[in-house]
Ligand binder design. Structure first.
Ligand code: MLT
Length: 280
């Protein structure tokens, strides 16, 4: 995989197609391969850029930063924020000569996309928020993330795979142990504990941005799998109404991983929105 070296990180990525740049940001604790089912179809109309976020997939964790151990987590030494991933991606785009892009993120990737939209709006053509949340964690959820971050150093990431899979996919996929589910299981089991811990703590500290959605003036598509239990459709529909140029789309027969579970419907929703907004 090619790698872009920015001031602070090494970002491995894949690139397909040509046209309006479309940056696809993966969820937690995955990597860019979660976009495989839609990448080639989207590449017929876009220049698709799929990075692995710092510390995930083929992008190494930057060793100068904590957390490096469970003790770093317990001592609250992590210095990493969701906005750091967004800053990495701004440098990544600049290195590739991409001045403006449509930024699309799923779940944790959506938190990064929202940070990108609020802090780097001059670089944004449009925004796609998939199966994600605009509110902050509750104190209980944030505390559970800290426990997760400590535990991945002690026990590895296997427990996280078992806990997350039933929440990521619709019940049909999980019951059938589909190849999709098996692939994601392997991906989570192989994730770097340092990247996973840093991301869990960054998510726990992310701000509530609901009151700032009105600042996002670019066309914004909000997509949610009908059976998503992590970012449920009713919650996503409610906050997406705050977006000045928002469009909300539900995807039937999909859980949290809507682009993987229903790639054709997902691509159709993106293309029709991008055409209507004259982005392609
Ligand atoms: C994800 O899919 O990225 C995670 O479920 C996000 C989260 O835990 O909030």
């Amino acid at each position: 995989m090619p790698v872009i070296r920015t001031n602070s990180a090494e970002i491995a990525y894949r690139e397909f197609g040509s046209g309006t740049p479309l940056l696809l940001i993966h969820g937690f604790p995955l990597d860019g391969s979660m976009w495989d089912p839609v990448a080639e179809k989207l590449a017929q109309r876009f220049r698709v850029l799929i990075p692995d976020l710092r510390g995930f997939g083929a992008s190494p964790w930057s060793s100068s930063h904590p957390p490096q151990s469970a003790d770093d987590v317990t001592a609250n030494k992590s210095q990493f924020a969701i906005s750091d991933y967004a800053d990495d991606l701004v440098d990544f785009c600049a290195a590739l000569g991409v001045e403006h892009a449509i930024v699309c993120g799923l779940s944790m990737g959506g938190y990064v996309a929202l940070s990108f939209a609020l802090h780097h709006r001059d670089r944004l053509l449009g925004l796609i928020l998939c199966d994600t949340r605009a509110a902050a964690d509750t104190p209980e959820a944030a505390a559970a993330r800290k426990t997760t971050a400590e535990r991945v150093f002690r026990d590895g990431t296997g427990f996280l795979a078992e806990a997350m899979l039933p929440k990521l996919y619709s019940p049909q996929q999980v019951e059938a142990s589909s190849p999709l589910v098996e692939r994601t299981l392997t991906l989570i089991q192989n994730a770097d504990p340092r990247g996973v811990a840093a991301a869990a703590l960054a998510m726990a500290a992310r701000p509530n941005v609901i009151a700032r959605l009105e600042e996002i003036t670019v066309p914004t598509l909000v997509i949610c799998g009908e059976a998503d239990v992590i970012s449920p459709p009713a919650e996503m529909a409610a906050w997406s109404a705050e977006l000045p140029r928002g469009r909300f789309v539900r995807i039937a027969d999909a859980g949290h991983m809507s682009p993987e579970e229903q790639p054709e419907t997902f691509v159709a929703a993106v293309l029709s929105w991008a055409e209507d907004q004259e982005l392609i």
